[in-house]
Design a protein around this ligand. Structure first.
Ligand code: SF4
Length: 331
C-alpha cells in the first residue's frame, strides 16, 4: 500500500497556498512529514510524535502538521505554485515499512518538480541510503539531537526505552557520508537538553571535521511530553552556541581558539578580530539546516524571542545581538 496522505507543516500550507493563511515570514522550504495512523516506534522524550507521548499527533515541535491528500500536494507543484520554495524536506516517523513510503514520496515529488529534496530520518541501512539516493534525495539528516552520548541515552536511548544508540547514529552518519558525499549530510543538535556550551561546541567541531553540517534547535518544552516542565535554553547561551557553530562551520575559528570557563560557558575568543567583524551580517543567528531552510517559528512564538531568525536580521537586531554578546564575551 502506497501512502495516499502526507502531513504538511502549517507554514508550508500557507507558502503553497493550500489554505489562505497570513504569515509574516514565508517558508523557503516545503516541510512534509510521513503520515501514519500509529505513533513513532521511538520514544524521544522531547518529541510529540514519540511512542509514549500523549501530545497531539499532528504536532512536531510547536508547529501543526495537518494531513493532506498527497495528490493535492503534488498538484501544487505540477501547477508551478510555491514560488518561495527552494527545497523539499521530508521528516520521517519511524514505523514498520516507513522506508517504502519515503521512497514513494521522493519519487512522486521528483516526477512533479525539480526542487532539491532532503530527508530527515532515523538511521538507515546502507542499502536504504543507496535506494533514497537513486530515488533522487540530495541531502540526508540524521538527528543526533543530543550533544553527548550520556544525554543521548537519557532522551533517545536506553533510559527512555528507545531503539536508538549513539554508536548507531554515528555509524549511520559515516555510511551516509560515503553514499551522499561530504556536505550532504546533516545532523540536528537541540540546545538545552543539559549539555554545556563546551560540549555542544566539541561535538560541532568533530562533526565539522567529518564534513557534516549542523542544524541548531532550541529545546522547546511541549505539553504532554515527559519534558513538558523543563525550561528552554537561556537566550544568551543559545546565542553563544550559535556563534560557536558559525565560527566552526565556516572555518573562521577552531574550538581550540575558544575559551570556556569551569561550567563550560564560552567566555573568550582567541582572535584579534572584533565580534562585529566576525559576525558580519548576522547569518550566525539565522535558522540553520540544508540550503534554503528557514523553519519559521519552529522553536519560538512569532512575537519572540527568536532563537533562530527565519529571515535576515534588521540592522537594529544585528546591533543588539552583537552588543549582547560583547557584554558576556571577553569579560
Ligand atoms: S524518531 Fe523522530 S519522530 Fe520518532 S520520537 Fe524520535 S524525534 Fe520523534
Amino acid at each position: 500500500m502506497f501512502p495516499k496522505n502526507i502531513r504538511v507543516s502549517i507554514g508550508t500550507v500557507a507558502a503553497l497556498g493550500l489554505k489562505n493563511i497570513l504569515t509574516d515570514v514565508e517558508s523557503t522550504t516545503a516541510y512534509f512529514m510521513t503520515f501514519t495512523n500509529s505513533r513513532c516506534i521511538a520514544n524521544c522524550s522531547f518529541c510529540s510524535q514519540a511512542r509514549d507521548s500523549a501530545a497531539e499527533k499532528d504536532n512536531l515541535s510547536r508547529v501543526m502538521w495537518p494531513k493532506y491528500a498527497l495528490d493535492d500536494v503534488l498538484n501544487i507543484f505540477r501547477l508551478g505554485h510555491g514560488k518561495s520554495i527552494q527545497r523539499i524536506c521530508i521528516q520521517v516517523i519511524n514505523y514498520p515499512g516507513f522506508i517504502n513510503d519515503v521512497e514513494y514520496l521522493v519519487r512522486n515529488f521528483k516526477d512533479n518538480t525539480s526542487i532539491p529534496i532532503s530527508v530527515d530520518s532515523c538511521p538507515l541501512k546502507k542499502a536504504d541510503y543507496k535506494r533514497l539516493k537513486e530515488a533522487g534525495v540530495e541531502m540526508v539528516g540524521i538527528p543526533l539531537d543530543a550533544a553527548t552520548p550520556e544525554i543521548f541515552e537519557k532522551v533517545k536511548g536506553k533510559m527512555v526505552a528507545g531503539p536508538y544508540r549513539w554508536e548507531g547514529h554515528m555509524q549511520a552518519i559515516e555510511d551516509a557520508l560515503k553514499i551522499f558525499g561530504s556536505e550532504n549530510i546533516l545532523t540536528n543538535l537541540i540546545v538545552g537538553l543539559g549539555e554545556t556550551e563546551e560540549e555542544a561546541s566539541q561535538l560541532m567541531q568533530s562533526l565539522n571535521n567529518k564534513g557534516v553540517k549542523i542544524a541548531l534547535f532550541a529545546f522547546t518544552p511541549l505539553p504532554n511530553t515527559p519534558l513538558q516542565n523543563e525550561n528552554p535554553p537561556i537566550l544568551i547561551s543559545y546565542r553563544r552556541v550559535q556563534l560557536a557553530r558559525y565560527l566552526i562551520t565556516n572555518n573562521i575559528l577552531n574550538i581550540s581558539d575558544m575559551i570556556f570557563n569551569g561550567k563550560g560557558i564560552l567566555k573568550h575568543l582567541n582572535t584579534n578580530k572584533s565580534l562585529k567583524l566576525l559576525i558580519g551580517d548576522g547569518e550566525a543567528f539565522m535558522t540553520t539546516g540544508c540550503p534554503g531552510c528557514n523553519r519559521p517559528y519552529y522553536n519560538e512564538r512569532p512575537r519572540g524571542p527568536l532563537y533562530n531568525y527565519p529571515r535576515r536580521l534588521t540592522s537594529e537586531e544585528l546591533f543588539m545581538e552583537i552588543k549582547n554578546l560583547e557584554r558576556v564575551l571577553n569579560d
